[in-house]
Design a protein around this ligand. Structure first.
Ligand code: ARG
Length: 771
């Protein structure tokens, strides 16, 4: 038994031994394999890390962007020395060193003199940032870093910091970010230095610093500009009267493409041109050149001459702000006075409000100047005349040309002559002949309507009026002698492409029958002559005024407008006055709408074109074009339809019945505006009569209303249409744009409208499809 037990035990021990032996052998095998695996794994991980780092490095290096900041500050305890112009001069280096050693990160680029004392230090800073972050120029952040580095050495709590003995005016620090800067020097007189810019990448903002010889000025000539036309939102070219883009130093902003030469002059030897281009889908470029010109003595410009011309400083360039010019005239006889013929400009007695476009003092009387589209003559009944012009605009102004001569004070107009409002004399026969002989149109203003006609030169000038199938002239002379025979008979309608369609189911029925759409191009509306008596106005019907638009400013109904094409609306300039109202991004246009909020089509506004001669003081040239971001679709043509723009020669007849429409106030006071589109029938009022009530009614204005009052447009209707129906072709045309009035619906004070026919060519310039 024992033996058997012993044997069993030995066997068990042997078994255990061989097991642990095998275990030991197995362990050593595992270690070897693992080592290889581990090694491979480590190698792999190292590879991945190295690759990632390499990739990151390459990608990062590729996508980094340099952001430049240009800046300016004033050092109050140093005055400008001519030596500061030379970058190698001891003076330049010494000031530069002081700035650099203290801040360590800003680079001085130039010094200039400051009119109110001290030295202006121009510098730049560059930051390299990943492109993915987008080019956000945090000007405030950089200014804070800079101020911090200066403030460390502030000793007292004033706004003056210290940079190694330089007294830095902390409030003068300005910074601006850009992604490219160029310093361009004009160091020789009588030489043109080219300025050619083109957009090479998306979101470009480039600064072109123009630096001229000290004591001289820069004249910049813009030859052509190709940019997106949308009120400087996507693209812009801005010209500054300094090396920094400071708002108060803007000389001019160009927001539209141009190919006519315009020139600007700086008030010192520095100028900055900024070029912003948001996308490069289209070609964006600027071509021009700049020159050094000597300073003209603009403070005293005397003229002892008797017949000749006087001009604004640096004529024919735009003249820079801050000018004073004086002229003295003396006629050879006391009986002669001085007549001044202003080109595209007029002056009128200054009121309490300031002048925007030139302030004039003529023999101690004050006047304000305005740009207009024709000449005016001003008579000064004195043999000795003293004239002073002060530039009153903050930006550069269009050049001014004034011719002068003498006239007989006691008898300005001999027998058989007509005296214009300006004092000029013209032959009686020249009155009411359709030409503007008085230059201020006063000879054409108070004519009996039937007398007006089309003269030959006008028809030659505007070829689109002749042989267009429409009697633009009262006597039909524009349609006489047309070589092309009219192929359609009385029962048919001739489309613009000369095909004929059956009249009764074609013209103005709301459906396009002509292949070119000319049967429906404008002015058809399903007007219903309801017998609602209008006290102020009555509700309109659906689709009755398909050209009526409601313009909403930041979501609130603010003005009216009229559809004149697929993407253009016509409204009043005064709706877009000021910085906020002139920004197209704040507006939406509601089309095909009767009840507020129920528009069939809503679009944002891409561009607002306010007439260049709009005068905010008397509402002259109160007209603006709006381009929609999205044209209204053809599918809505039954509810949205353009109104016709009357031709230039069209004359509104007094007594003619037209309609004013809008969502404006129903009463002069205490009303919020209407929810439903209102209409009121009004009558064109005789211009002479209107003139006698209101005083100055220019030829760009038209009066309409009822003399008893009551029916009128009111606040909120501005920009909306005064629609008249042509007796000839039954089409609706836009005779006027709601502009202004004394109160609303007051007896003897009719509404004043912008006379649209006057602007036919101006509209055609932007909307060629119209006319
Ligand atoms: N200016 C006003 C507006 O902004 C329109 C005034 C029209 N007044 C008149 N009596 N028709 O809405």
């Amino acid at each position: 038994m024992v033996n058997a037990e012993e044997r069993l035990e030995r066997l068990a021990r042997r078994l255990n031994k061989s097991k642990s032996k095998r275990k030991a052998k197995g362990n050593s095998m595992w270690n070897f394999q693992n080592k290889i695996i581990l090694f491979t794994l480590v190698l792999f991980i190292i590879g991945v890390i190295a690759w990632t780092l390499l990739w990151l490095f390459i990608v990062q290096a590729e996508n980094k962007d340099a952001l430049y900041f240009v800046g300016l500050f004033r050092v109050s305890n140093i005055e400008f020395l001519p030596e500061y112009r030379q970058k190698e001069s001891r003076e330049f280096l010494s000031v530069t060193q002081n700035v650099n050693t203290t801040t360590g990160f800003i680079f001085v680029s130039a010094f200039s003199n400051n009119n109110n004392g001290g030295l202006l230090v121009h510098f730049w800073i560059v930051f390299v940032v990943p492109q993915a972050k987008g080019q956000v120029f945090c000007e405030d952040c950089v200014a804070a870093i800079l101020k911090d580095s200066i403030q460390t050495s502030i000793t007292n709590r004033t706004s003056v910091g210290s940079l190694q003995g330089l007294a830095v005016d902390m409030d003068s620090i300005v910074l601006s970010g850009t992604n490219c800067i160029y310093d361009l020097y004009a160091d020789q007189l009588h030489q043109q230095f080219p300025l050619d810019i083109s957009a090479t990448s998306e979101r470009m903002l480039c600064y072109f610093k123009l630096i001229a010889l000290l004591g001289h000025l820069i004249r910049l000539s813009i030859v052509s500009i190709q940019i997106e036309a949308d009120n400087c939102i996507t693209d812009s070219v801005i010209i500054y009267d300094s090396l920094m883009p400071i708002k108060s130093k803007i000389l001019y902003r160009i927001c539209e493409p141009t190919d006519s030469l315009i020139t600007f002059v700086s008030t010192n030897n520095l100028m900055l041109v900024t070029f912003k281009s948001t996308q490069i889908k289209k070609l964006k470029e600027v071509h021009g050149y700049f020159e050094v010109i000597p300073q003209e003595s603009i403070s005293a410009k005397g003229s002892a001459g008797f017949e000749g011309r006087i001009t604004s400083p640096y004529f024919p360039s735009f003249y820079p702000p801050k000018c004073i010019c004086t002229w003295n005239f003396q006629t050879p006889q006391k009986s002669l006075g001085i007549a001044l013929k202003f080109h595209n400009y007029t002056i009128s007695e200054k009121s309490i409000k300031g002048c925007e476009h030139g302030w004039w003092k003529i023999n101690e009387h004050m006047y304000c100047g305005y740009y207009i589209d024709h000449q005016t003559i001003f008579h000064v009944a004195s043999f000795a005349v003293n004239i002073e012009l002060r530039c009153s605009s903050k930006i550069s102004e269009k050049p001014l040309l004034v011719e002068y001569g003498s006239y007989n004070i006691s008898q300005p107009c001999p027998l058989g002559y007509f005296k214009c409002s300006t004092g000029l004399c013209i032959q009686q026969a020249q009155r009411c002949d359709g030409t503007n002989d008085c230059f201020d149109e006063s000879d054409e203003l108070f004519c009996a309507v039937s007398k007006q006609n089309c003269n030959a030169s006008l028809l030659i000038q505007h070829k689109s009026l002749t042989c267009n199938g429409i009697n633009d002239c009262e006597d039909g002379r524009d349609e006489k002698n047309c070589t092309q025979s009219v192929p359609c008979n009385n029962n048919t309608f001739k489309c613009s492409n000369s095909t004929c369609i059956r009249k009764q189911n074609a013209k103005c029925d709301g459906a396009v029958d002509c292949l070119d759409g000319s049967d429906e191009s404008c002015g058809s509306g399903k007007y219903s002559n309801t017998n609602h008596r209008i006290v102020g106005g009555s509700d309109t019907q659906e689709g009755e005024w398909p050209w009526q638009v409601s313009l909403h400013f930041v979501g609130v109904s603010y003005c009216g407008a009229s559809v004149i094409s697929k993407e253009w609306l016509l409204s009043a300039a005064h709706c877009f006055e000021g910085n906020r109202l002139s920004d197209p991004r704040s507006w939406t246009a509601h089309l095909g709408m009767r009840v507020q909020g129920n528009a069939k089509f809503v679009s944002t506004v891409r561009r607002i074109v306010v007439h260049e001669y709009y005068n905010s003081r008397n509402y002259d040239y109160d007209i603006a074009l709006l381009q929609l971001s999205t044209p209204w679709p053809d599918t809505l043509r039954r509810v949205i339809h353009p109104i016709c723009v009357p031709p230039l020669v069209h004359k509104a007849r007094s007594g003619e019945k037209c309609w004013v429409t809008g969502w404006g106030q129903k009463q002069e006071t205490g009303d919020d505006g209407s929810i439903i589109l209102q209409k009121a029938e009004v009558e064109i009022v005789d211009q002479t009569l209107c003139h006698s009530t209101y005083g100055l009614i220019t030829t760009r204005m038209l009066c309409a209303g009822v003399m008893s009052g009551k029916r009128d447009g009111c606040k909120g209707d501005s920009g909306g249409p005064l629609s008249c129906r042509s007796k000839g072709n039954g089409k609706w045309f836009l005779a006027g744009i709601v502009s202004w009035g004394y109160g609303c619906g007051r007896p003897n004070f009719p509404g004043v409208y912008t006379r649209v026919s006057n602007f036919a060519l101006w509209i055609h310039k932007y909307v060629p499809s119209v006319l």
